[in-house]
Design a protein. Sequence first.
Lengths: 133, 94
Amino acid sequence: MNKKMYDDDKLSYTIIKRTLVYALIIVGIILVGFKEPKPLVLGFIFGTSIGILGFRLLELTIKKSLTMTPRRASMYSMGQYLIRYFIYAIVLVIAVLADYINFLTTVLGLSMIKIVIITYTVYDSIVNIFNKK
Amino acid sequence: MLQGITSEAFILGCSAIGAGLAMIAGIGPGIGQGNAAGQGAAAVGRQPEAQAEITRTMLLGQAVAETTGIYGLVIAIILLFVRPLLTAYLELGL
């Protein structure tokens, strides 16, 4: 059981670590490729950090919901989703209203977790295909 | 056009209605996540030794599903705050 729990934590930490690596690469590209990179970088860091915190919140929600009865787990999970949605809304409204933060890079930052999960899954399936051969 | 309503106000009103419609996209992931959590809790009750695998699958699935709701939110916020339709109308100069 402990080994399995460790594996669970390892998965989320792996995704967060990869997100940070991807974020550093993208920040580097923005710094090199754009003339005024400060709002872009600030927006990207803002979006990525909130995305990572949202992912961590999701993990805690799932772990707690699995200890409840199905009906309570369903209600609890929906409530927590609404809270996260509200947080994302505040972040995006701030990104739109503040001149020193770029909106599009904030959206990209919020989507980084999804990008990492999809690339991670594609990479793993490609590695599995080559290992079978 | 309706009497007493300027074209700008009409476009802003339609943008607000569009933003409201875009926010419907946020309901789907909420229902889906709730359903998945309920089924996951039931599955753990039936098979407690599979908890780690269920948690892992739910974590990846729900993280990806959640982004769909963010897209709707982005569209709504763009319609409300950036006002692209009003800008396009003003640029036409009608």
